[in-house]
Design a protein. Structure first.
Length: 272
């Protein structure tokens, strides 16, 4: 049965997250409904990484299996015809080899955007997180470097996180200012529940001089979520992209040039 791969962007403001939920609007349910109309059969999609309520995607990657024969243009343009304005299929291609949107991924990239000015934005109410206190982006960047590498991120995972292991390989974190915005670009082999938002909350406290630069290192050693900072709002969080081995033919985003050459995927595939 052919397997189709799609790149999806969405504004998560009006969704209860990615995953299908009864009587709630989710990205997965909207996408599956649209694709099922094109295929004339029920379609179930698998994503590279689930996003929470209010979280956006610059490039979510999904796959689905189908007996329907449609062109890639047909899947993309036909799907968009039946999708709401806050979801768009931006590319489509047929999967090769044993491609799996989740299990084939080597790394994920997230971007967190903070509007750092005295007043909220009338135009970006749900697209950025607002912080009225001045942030020192340089201190935030230096603090973030303690998180690079293979660590136990227990201090940065949600209390209800269901992952069996708190260990993740952090490839890079860059924090920089772009005019009124402070932006955090972060990549790892995989992420724990609320991990990016918890890291953002910690870095914001450091940027406001409420905590020292080495607080991130201290939290890694403590391994206690109760000692960490706030969970930052979902509004400024974007799934930026997913990196796969080159033989799958998925276009590599330039940000992934920063990955080490020996980067490996997080092995959470169910054991046989």
């Amino acid at each position: 049965m052919p397997r189709i791969v799609l790149g999806i962007e969405y504004d998560g403001s009006a969704f209860f997250g990615w995953q299908w939920q009864t009587a709630r609007r989710t990205v997965q349910s909207e996408l599956e409904t649209a694709l099922s109309k094109i295929a004339d059969e029920p379609i179930t999609v698998i994503c590279a990484g689930r996003t929470d309520a209010g979280v956006h995607a610059l490039e979510q990657v999904v796959h689905f299996d189908t007996q329907a024969e449609r062109s890639m243009y047909g899947w993309m343009m036909g799907g968009n015809t039946h999708l709401p304005d806050d979801i768009r299929i931006v590319w489509a291609q047929q999967a090769v080899f044993d491609f799996h949107a989740r299990y084939s991924a080597i790394a994920r990239f997230y971007r967190y955007v903070i509007l750092n000015r005295p007043m909220k934005s009338a135009l970006l109410r749900k697209q950025v997180t607002w912080c009225y206190q001045p942030l020192d982006a340089d201190k935030m960047h230096r603090a973030a470097q303690y998180l690079i590498g293979d660590h136990d991120f227990s201090s940065f995972r949600a209390q209800g996180c269901q992952s069996k292991s708190p260990r993740r390989m952090m490839h890079f974190i860059d924090v920089y200012r772009k005019q009124e915005k402070v932006i955090m670009d972060i990549s790892a082999n995989a992420f724990l529940h609320h991990m990016v938002r918890n890291i953002a909350g910690v870095l914001m406290e450091i940027g406001m001089d409420k905590q020292p630069v080495d607080w991130t290192q201290e939290l890694l050693l403590i391994k206690d979520r109760n000692q960490g900072g706030i969970t930052a709002a979902p509004d400024g969080l974007y799934l930026g992209g997913v990196y796969y081995p080159e033989h799958y033919g998925i276009t590599k985003q330039p940000v992934f040039d920063k990955l080490p050459p020996d980067a490996k995927r997080f092995d959470d595939r169910p054991k046989a």
